[in-house]
Design a protein around this ligand. Structure first.
Ligand SMILES: Cc1cc2nc3c(=O)[nH]c(=O)nc-3n(C[C@H](O)[C@H](O)[C@H](O)COP(=O)(O)OP(=O)(O)OC[C@H]3O[C@@H](n4cnc5c(N)ncnc54)[C@H](O)[C@@H]3O)c2cc1C
Length: 464
């Protein structure tokens, strides 16, 4: 097999694992499982090529709060390869402190970051490079990639080469049927683009993994199970809560002064990157415990600025100036959430409604980190930090990073999946993707998504 021609040609009992969604999470999971000889089926709403009608009909959303009306819909691509069709390819691992609220530590995921770098064909040094900068700060660049990996292109072999991964395109998973005790998913509803629908049963040992993106995973678990008012996995009303982005405040400050403010140069095998500085552990603990990535973009002196001219003359030939772009962490708030809208997509799944505000608890720590940087720079007589207040209190843009909607935790009253990405109380239902992030740090999420998918593959095969 490889690509299955239609819903009627599907034999669902033939697979060990059924994966919903073919983005970086779904493809990486299938890749690692198939390498271990496990048979997988990927079910994907989209087609091999992007289709605007499918995109519009399946992602329409009622959006409230920050980030803009089309934000979440535009960042959930419905095609083979998922949102990697448009992603930028920037990569960095989360920090140890980013895992403080998670039921796993960075050491649990550390080996899988290297697997993720291998999958993305990046040097593993991106996971270990972390250099000193000024006292209280570190230099931790984001790897940037020109021509980022498109998972749909990279994994065309899933469609063409008979192996242990089969793919059903143009089919949406619409419903999860639990058993009477709500401990297992016993069946799933499927809908093909031409309107054909089918309900299939799961064998006892079969497992189902939702890898449908930050919105899609929540949508499937929010959708009330047949003959019920509650979605599978939403028994404690936690699905869809804790929606997070990485608020971007571009050109929101400036770092101006002596040439020795230049950050270090990473090793050559690190590759292309943006220059990012971060608070170290001590500063982080004092400034509100949110990760604030400060990208330094070198620029010319602003000749209209009196203080800059003064500093240029003072440091005589040793002058350097940077604009600072902020990419920040949002606190996980239960009130930032995804819920179901009254209207439905063509498969019959309820469409989504979002409410997400990046409030003062997001912005205050950014001010605090920038002020701490400014104090350090002044104390060393190295220059000044200027903060552009108006930019920092305006509507931020985001990175297209949809996180937190099926959060990981050990308590089912405040989370949806456990430390192994298994939905609480269900023995055969798992989630892959940034919807499981308990907190988001400030690093782009996809490297961590792939690392978690690789870890999940090992868990499902008994290797982790
Ligand atoms: C413009 C842009 C730039 C970005 N740049 C970066 C970057 O530089 N670095 C970074 O780390 N991240 C970046 N991202 C984010 C990155 O694209 C996502 O983190 C990543 O694609 C998520 O992978 P995923 O597999 O979890 O979900 P997705 O890639 O969204 O894939 C989910 C798939 O599931 C399918 N699906 C959903 N529901 C169903 C259903 N019910 N039945 C069947 N199939 C379903 C969808 O059609 C989709 O194909 C960017 C995103 C955007 C939009």
């Amino acid at each position: 097999m490889a690509q299955i021609s239609s819903l009627s040609a599907l034999d669902p009992s033939a697979y060990d694992i059924i994966i919903v969604g073919s983005g970086p999470a779904g493809c990486s999971l299938a890749d690692r499982l198939s390498a271990k000889g496990v048979s997988c089926l990927i079910i994907e709403t989209g087609l091999n090529a992007y289709n605007q009608d499918i995109q519009t009909a399946y992602t329409a959303m009622d959006t409230r709060g920050h980030f803009g009306d089309q934000h979440w819909a535009q960042h959930w691509i419905r095609a083979f390869g998922g949102t990697s069709m448009v992603w930028g390819g920037w990569c960095a691992p989360l920090d140890e402190q980013d895992f403080e609220a998670w039921p796993i530590t960075r050491s649990d995921i550390r080996p899988y970051y290297d697997v993720a770098a291998d999958i993305l064909k990046l040097d593993r040094v991106i996971n270990s490079y972390d250099a000193a900068y000024l006292p209280g700060f570190r230099f931790k660049p984001f790897r940037t990639v020109y021509g980022a990996m498109r998972f749909g292109e990279e994994y065309q072999s899933f469609l063409t080469a008979p192996g242990s991964v089969d793919v059903l395109l143009g089919v949406t998973v619409t419903a999860l049927q639990p058993d009477a005790a709500r401990n297992r998913v016993v069946g799933v509803g499927l809908h093909q683009q031409d309107g054909t629908a089918r309900r299939v049963s799961l064998r006892d040992e079969q497992r189902l993994v939702l890898a449908a993106g930050g919105m899609g995973n929540a949508q499937l678990l929010l959708n009330p199970a047949p003959d019920s008012e509650t979605g599978v996995g939403n028994e404690t009303d936690q699905v869809g809560r804790f929606l997070m982005e990485h608020p971007h405040y571009i050109n929101t400050a400036a770092l101006v002064g002596r040439r020795r403010l230049m950050p270090p140069t990473p090793p050559a095998n690190f590759g292309d990157h943006v220059q990012n500085i971060l608070a170290d552990r001590t500063t982080y603990a004092k400034t509100g415990k949110l990760s604030v990535a400060m990208e330094l973009v070198e620029r010319e002196l602003n000749p209209r600025d009196r203080v800059e001219r003064f500093l240029r003359d003072k440091y005589d030939g040793e002058f350097i100036a940077y604009n600072i772009n902020i990419r920040s962490e949002m606190p996980a708030s239960p009130d930032n959430r995804v819920t179901l809208a009254p209207s439905r997509d063509p498969s019959g799944l309820p469409l989504l409604k979002t409410m997400c505000m990046a409030g003062s608890d997001t912005v205050r720590p950014i001010f605090a980190v920038l002020e701490a940087l400014g104090k350090t720079v002044m104390a060393r007589d190295d220059g000044r930090v200027f903060i552009h207040n108006e930019t920092l209190v305006s509507n931020p843009s985001g990175g297209g990073h949809t996180m937190g909607t099926t959060a990981m935790g050990s308590d089912p009253r405040s989370s949806v999946v456990d430390a192994n990405c298994k939905v609480h109380r269900y023995t055969n239902l798992y989630v892959a993707g940034s919807s499981v992030f308990t907190s988001g740090g400030s690093a782009n999420p996809t490297l961590t998504i792939i690392a978690l998918a690789a870890r999940l593959a090992d868990h499902l095969t008994g290797a982790a």
